[in-house]
Design a binder for this molecule. Structure first.
Ligand SMILES: [Zn+2]
Ligand SMILES: [Zn+2]
Length: 73
């Protein structure tokens, strides 16, 4: 005998709309992107923050700097 062979598909409610945070997040750096949870360094001149990755400065290097300016030279 056939038991319960009816397995109704769930309604279309799987739209996972994420929080609309795109233009609300503050952007930094030369790449104009928000904080991406990586090492960042602040410029002592303009007080802007930069991703270490974008400016090729590692956390180790930054520790050797007494201060850092985004456009040196
Ligand atoms: Zn960047
Ligand atoms: Zn600067």
């Amino acid at each position: 005998m056939d038991g319960d062979g009816s397995d109704p598909d769930p309604p279309d409610a799987g739209e996972d709309s994420k929080a609309e945070n795109g233009e609300h997040a503050p952007i930094f750096c030369i790449c104009r992107k928000p904080d991406i949870n990586c090492f960042m360094i602040g410029c002592d001149n303009c007080n802007e923050w930069f991703h270490g990755d974008c400016i090729r400065v590692t956390e180790k290097m930054a520790k050797a700097f007494r201060e850092w300016h985004c456009r040196e030279g």
